[in-house]
Design a binder for this molecule. Structure first.
Ligand code: NCD
Length: 348
């Protein structure tokens, strides 16, 4: 399968070979993401990012990835300032903007809007998150993080116990992630959520049909024991329509819970943002110095993975090995002051 010219709306587009091909490319691009090398294979290309919903990571990392490959970026973050507020359709907006760019990344609170954008253009549309539907590029970076975490010690991902925790009903990242992770083999996937926030049944059935063991639990205390991966999520309050939906303190993943139940080599992930306000029962800040916490390795992975995806969709992936050359500017060895133990044994 070739990704060239493809729209990327769903994680269902990918098979395991395609994932592993993207990861090899992303491995090559890590030094570009870290400002050690340049590879200007997208010189002259233009990406438009159209974000109709809040975003820090997805928009900025897509834009950074495109810029680092030598392309240019048009960024639109306020629907009020677009002609959609004058009644223009998504179809017209998409057709118009696609005349100004070579690829579009679209995020929208409605599940269907990205499909309307796609139907109106031949320029590749990348789903940057559609309502409570999917977030395929986040799942790609989550899988790349796992590829590096488990590749580092020569351990593979096959046969692992993976706990998905929190709001599995409205959290779009876990919908894409369960699709991609189940391309691997012989997993135990534990969905840990209150009954009203459980993983959609169709997604559980697909993973089960691929031969994985599915367990459902409402208790992180019990379900996190022996997990190789704990993937926590934020309560998607903006999708509840004002309803009083929440979960209790038992869903707070903090130092005390992790030291009681997790193993020394458990990988702890979260797509971010985590809600760090008092009373929120999200992934806690008191784990920040714990090297099992992979959250910033995840965010850093967003750049090489999205570079690999854009290069593939725009048909320049094969040019990358020859295009790599050293960067000339100063860049500190580690991005954050605490990154040294964080990037233990990982080649920069
Ligand atoms: C997520 C999203 O927007 O779905 N954020 C992200 O892109 N990393 C998760 C969330 O908002 O909870």
């Amino acid at each position: 399968m070739s990704l060239t010219g493809k729209h990327v709306l769903s994680s269902e587009l990918f098979d395991r070979d395609e994932l592993e091909r993207l990861f090899s490319l992303a491995d090559l691009l890590v030094p570009v993401a870290r400002g050690r090398k340049v590879a200007r294979v997208l010189e002259g290309a233009v990406m438009a990012s159209l974000f109709f919903e809040a975003s820090t990571r997805t928009r900025l990392s897509c834009e950074s990835a495109f810029l680092r490959l030598g392309g240019g970026v048009l960024s639109c973050t306020n629907a009020e300032l677009m002609s959609i507020s004058k009644g223009e359709s998504y179809a017209d907006t998409s057709r118009v903007v696609s005349g100004y760019c070579d690829l579009m990344v679209v995020r929208h609170p409605d599940d269907d809007a990205v499909h309307e954008f796609m139907a109106a253009t031949n320029v590749p549309v990348i789903n940057g998150g559609n309502g409570a539907g999917e977030h395929p590029t986040q799942a790609l970076l989550d899988m790349f993080t796992l590829h590096r975490e488990f590749g580092r010690d020569g351990r593979g991902l096959d046969g692992r116990r993976v706990a998905l925790v929190g709001d599995l009903r409205y959290g779009r990242t876990v919908h894409s992630l369960i699709n991609l992770i189940s391309l691997y083999e012989d997993l135990t996937i534990v969905c840990v959520a209150p009954a009203h926030l459980g993983m959609p049944v169709a997604l559980l059935e697909r993973a089960e049909m691929r031969g994985h063991r599915i367990e459902l639990s409402e208790s992180p205390e019990i379900a996190l024991k022996d997990a190789d991966v704990v993937y926590a999520t934020r309560l998607q309050t903006e999708r509840f329509g004002g309803g009083p939906v929440s979960y209790g303190e038992e869903f707070r993943i903090d130092k005390s819970l992790v030291s009681r139940v997790c193993r020394a080599d458990t990988v702890i992930m979260h797509p971010l943002p985590r809600d760090s306000r008092a009373g929120s029962n999200d992934l806690a800040m008191d784990l920040n110095s714990d090297s099992r916490l992979a959250i910033f390795r995840q965010t850093d992975s967003g750049i090489p993975v999205r570079m690999a995806l854009f290069a593939s969709v725009l048909g320049v992936a094969e040019q990358i090995p020859d295009a790599l050359r050293p960067a000339t500017w100063y860049r500190p060895e580690y991005t954050g002051p605490d990154d040294a133990p964080f990037y233990r044994n990982t080649a920069l």
